[in-house]
Design a protein around this ligand. Structure first.
Ligand code: UD1
Ligand code: CA
Length: 428
């Protein structure tokens, strides 16, 4: 197992935001969460150190809540990427294995790529491996400088590069694997005599070469993976890249998506074969949709939704934290939240599970058992159970459990006053 250091202390000025950059989200998950998940899912990292500075409390809170195998370390002031890595020196004082370094603002990095980098590093007996990529437009990136024999000489930052060096298309992706025992002493030797007056992590390449270490580059094949977020425009672009990938994967798996441009599906949603997603659906958070379902148009799944097979979720239906068993229909204008819905249930148009009491702030559960039919425009006031086979008449306001196979009706009887309208007209 190896350790990871994730750099996230930068201000992210160009986001023009109160929020630290790495807490900006794609599908409601912070950018840092994508990186930490990729690290976790590589299955080769047992602990991560996140270097934080700007608004560090918020990041610390997030990391502590979501990731037990990670901690934050404060870098104050922020004197550059090399200085940032050196903040983990105390924690890694007696550590002898490999350390990988990533950035908190490159959310599209894949766990397989992280694993390949470390495999490459080990297979080549490398001491320092930097991930590189070939960019047609390499502006703003550090350039990889190679010798005639193709070995690595240095990384030169854009701001320090000569015109000639700026022509180089091989760039530093900002992801590294280091033999910590051999490399850790460099962090007391870095100098900041460069255009930005910073302690550059990139200087370890030149240092490694001068100290006869084995320095290599691992070249990435999919440049999208190192797409870095510096602005809201980048955030929207990264969302689009991820979105396109997710849609392509579902199409590949046998899901019909009628209108990929208007359908949003979160990375943590599973969808079974032969399910059709109609236009304008927003499927967010963690969900599992079975096979042969019909979802939308205009459906909103807000997470923790589990749907079995042959279920219809129609237009303007919102689901949150809901389990829906097979052959059930929720076809029009309904909200079903904090609920369990059985098999072969029909939920009429405009049905609401009233799950939230705003006075007590308590959320309660609605259970709708197999074969239940709910009439249109009903409100099921949770906690409440509609037991097997029961029916609720239209416009039911259900505040207590309904026994199996019974009918619950709460509306007042229909009154028809014959000739009433004509009488009114004569008076006038
Ligand atoms: C860096 C690399 C560059 C590479 C590029 C890839 C250096 C000197 N340059 O440039 O070669 O092509 O990444 O994206 O490393 N950070 C800290 N503390 C600091 C400074 C930065 O934690 O004191 C963090 C930032 O939050 C960010 C990451 O380190 O997540 C990279 O810093 P940034 O300033 O964006 O470096 P680049 O100029 O992009
Ligand atoms: Ca950057």
């Amino acid at each position: 197992m190896v350790k990871a250091i994730i750099l996230a202390a930068g201000k992210g000025t160009r986001m023009k935001s109160e929020l630290p950059k790495v807490l900006h989200t794609i599908f409601d998950k912070p950018l840092l969460g994508y990186v930490l998940d990729a690290v976790k899912n590589s299955n080769i990292v047992d602990y991560s150190y996140v270097i934080v500075g700007h608004k560090s409390e918020l990041i610390k809170e997030y990391v502590e809540k979501e990731y037990s195998e990670a901690k934050t370390i404060i870098q104050e002031p922020q004197l550059g990427t090399g200085h940032a890595v050196s903040m983990a020196r105390n924690d890694l004082e007696n550590y002898e294995g490999e350390v990988i370094i990533l950035c908190g603002d490159t959310p599209l990095i894949k766990s397989e790529t992280i694993k390949s980098l470390v495999d490459f590093h080990k297979n080549n007996n490398s001491d320092i491996t930097v991930m590189s990529a070939i960019f047609e437009n390499p502006t703003n990136y550090g350039r990889i400088i190679r010798s005639k024999d193709n070995s690595l000489d240095a990384i030169i930052e854009e701001k320090d590069a000569s015109l000639e060096q700026k022509q180089i298309k091989e760039i530093n992706a900002g992801i590294y694997c280091l033999n910590w025992a051999k490399v850790k002493r460099v962090f007391s030797e870095l100098k900041n005599n460069n255009a930005q007056g910073e302690y550059y992590l990139t200087d370890i390449i030149k240092w490694g070469k001068e100290n006869n270490l084995n320095v290599n580059a691992y070249t990435l094949s999919d440049n999208n993976e190192i797409f870095g977020i510096n602005s809201r425009k980048h955030l929207a672009e990264a969302t689009k890249i991820l979105h396109d990938e997710i849609i392509a994967q579902h199409l590949d798996n046998g899901v019909t998506i009628v209108s990929p441009e208007t359908t949003f599906i979160s990375p943590e949603t599973e969808i079974g074969r032969d399910t059709i997603i109609y236009p304008n659906c927003y499927i967010n958070g963690k969900n599992k949709i079975g096979s042969n379902c019909k979802i939308g148009p205009f459906a909103h799944l807000r997470g923790n939704v589990e749907i079995e097979e042959y279920v219809k979720i129609g237009n303007f239906v919102e689901l949150k934290k809901a389990k829906v068993k097979s052959h059930t229909n929720i076809c029009h204008l309904s909200y079903v939240g904090d609920a369990e819905v059985g098999e072969n249930v029909n939920i009429g148009a405009g049905t609401i599970t009233a799950n939230y009491n705003p006075l007590t702030k308590i959320k309660s559960k609605t259970i709708i058992e197999d074969n239940v039919k709910i009439g249109s425009n009903s409100v099921l006031v949770a906690p409440v159970t509609i037991k097997e086979g029961a029916n609720v008449g239209a416009v039911g306001v259900i505040t207590k459990d309904v026994e199996p196979w019974s009918l619950a009706v709460t509306r007042s009887p229909l009154k028809v006053l014959e000739g009433w309208v004509k009488k009114q007209l004569k008076h006038d």
